[in-house]
Design a protein around this ligand. Structure first.
Ligand code: 13P
Length: 388
């Protein structure tokens, strides 16, 4: 897909350390007039959003709900217990060097309250490693009444109180995921609008509580649909989400967008090369995402770990200097899956699993700079074979 004439050259703030926020633009006063946030909240939200996408780091999503985590454990024969989930999350947060590449970690309600075996809270371990703790606050995607095959994400009831508690515990940002399915006659407008409005109401409540919202409208990659169809649906979803964010008075400078990449469906016979995926994704985002948003942190959505890195890399290599936002990552499976498969619930495998997680974090850090290449993978595979 052609992207059209190059935009004016622009170095993203995250790469220069300069800020797009109120402090460098001189817009702070007028922002506060327009938006219903206290000046303190406004600056705090902007600072958190900027810190999450700063430099070449990205986010680690480790916020799988208990049912999702148990499903992944069951596939590998790992016991589905509170202790196994705690031990796995301890492995993740204590990975040596993780803070070099990871700016923020998204936790789940169970995990944010847990500790290492020695009693140190996970929150303290993360903060000591320079990683900002965040929290998933939606309560999952449920069937949408009157819309066969479609879902709406729930969790708004009581959210204000839960956000206050998470903020007190130490979270500085939050996440809410909406799920959009592509099939012959879906998604419907009803589904897109219901999810977009819930995302916007969640984001407004987060900003009121001083937590930077990660807004995640995920168009699923399951299905036979083409890349063009994913483009069309993703564009419509993002336009609707940003309309709702505007309607609900969400301050775009104090949030992060977490979208899907524009991809062909998993079972589509035509799987476009990495550069075409990068072009389509950049074109779609340029059409639908306002420049005031500081950063876009992609979900991985079930792509292989290597493909997710390669596609993120291509986007940065081709577009980093001419898009207004940082192009970062907020992966769960594409960061964690290789480590989980090595760990398999065995204490003896913890160190090897941590090395695999660190390796994926490094690969995605390189992809943020447009410096990732296949040799980074083969080097590691040969080291693993020789037992290093
Ligand atoms: P994946 O990267 O596995 O898609 O997970 C991202 C996420 O946080 C889902 O909400």
């Amino acid at each position: 897909m052609e992207l059209g004439p190059p935009l004016e050259r622009h170095t993203p703030d995250s790469m220069t350390g300069l800020s797009m926020g109120a402090d460098s633009t001189g817009f702070a006063g007028s922002l506060e007039l327009e938006m219903e946030h206290s000046p303190m909240n406004t600056q705090q939200l902007i600072d958190t959003a900027k810190a999450l996408i700063a430099g070449d780091k990205g986010l680690l999503a480790m916020d799988e709900s208990n049912p999702t985590c148990n499903k992944r454990f069951a596939n590998l024969g790992i016991p589905q217990t509170v202790e196994a989930r705690r031990a796995y999350r301890e492995l993740i947060v204590t990975t040596p060097g993780l803070g070099e590449c990871i700016s923020g970690a998204i936790l789940y309600d169970e995990t944010i309250r847990q500790q290492k075996t020695d009693g140190t809270p996970f929150l303290k371990v993360l903060i000591d490693a320079g990683i900002i703790p965040g929290i998933k606050v939606d309560s999952g995607a449920k069937n949408l009444a009157g819309h066969f095959g479609e879902k709406v994400t729930e969790g708004l009831d009581g959210l204000r109180d839960r956000l206050a508690e998470y903020s007190q515990l130490g979270a500085r940002f939050a996440k809410w995921r909406a799920v959009i399915v592509i099939d012959d006659d879906i998604p419907s407008r009803g589904c897109i609008e219901a999810n977009a409005q819930a995302l916007a109401r969640y984001a407004a409540l987060c900003q009121e509580a001083g937590l930077a919202p990660i807004v995640e409208p995920e168009v699923l990659m399951d299905g036979e649909h083409t890349l063009e169809r994913c483009f069309e649906v993703t564009e419509e979803v993002l336009r609707t989400v940003f309309n709702q964010l505007y309607t609900q008075r969400v301050m775009l400078e104090g949030m992060i967008l977490k979208p899907n990449m524009v991809l062909p469906g998993l079972t589509c016979p035509l799987q476009e090369p990495v550069d075409e995926v990068a072009d389509a994704t950049a074109k779609c985002l340029l059409r639908a995402v306002p420049a005031a948003v500081p950063g876009i942190a992609f979900l991985s959505g079930g792509q292989s770990a290597q493909l997710a890195s390669a596609r993120l890399n291509a986007m940065n290599a081709r577009f980093r200097s001419r898009v207004p936002w940082a192009l970062a990552f907020s992966f769960s499976r594409a960061l964690q899956q290789p480590a989980l498969e090595i760990w398999k619930g065995e204490e003896a495998h913890v160190s090897a699993a941590q090395q695999a997680l660190y390796h994926r974090a490094k690969c995605n850090q390189a992809a943020r700079r447009g410096d990732y290449n296949a040799a980074m993978e083969s080097g590691r595979n040969s080291r693993l074979k020789s037992g290093e």
